[in-house]
Design a protein around this ligand. Sequence first.
Ligand code: SME
Length: 181
Amino acid sequence: MFLEKQNPAEESKMLEINLNFENLNEEQIYADLLVNLGTLFPDSDFVISVLSNFTAMLKQSFGKISWVGFYFVNQDYLHLGPFQGKIACTQIKIGSGVCGTSAQEKKTVIVENANKFPGHIACDSDSKSEIVVPIVHEGLLLGVLDIDSYRYSAFGETDKKYLEKMIAFLTPKINRSLKLN
Ligand code: SME
């Protein structure tokens, strides 16, 4: 990955990022992204900007991702946040579908075949597999990160390991910046 800061704190602020992961396997890509999170997403940046670019970073880095986005908790529902991909469900009841199950159990859920997951909510009928990582701060649910693929069994333990670390990095910022729960 190549990073270059442009116009820091002037009229506009952006990072030029060359996400060139040729010849790297998925674990190496995740490891590269993980060590650069602090540079990519400085604490001073607005939370919605951070989360928007975070979803773009994942979508750009992994061809297997068809949709990636956040849902945030409000009372008994999860509400759509920053995402990359097709228009999606705006509201999911906690306990419903893959997102609602992960939110209820506060555990990462990996679905190898979406058609076989009871109650799977098909925002995109081409979606075949999915991983949902809960965002939990001091035991309180803040939301989930949801990632879909058009391939069956696209996600496994490597995705879980690195996505949970990335969410752990973002959680304090989300907790501080968004009024949830
Ligand atoms: N499939 C999810 C719904 C969200 S969309 O995939 C973006 C679920 O079952 O919770």
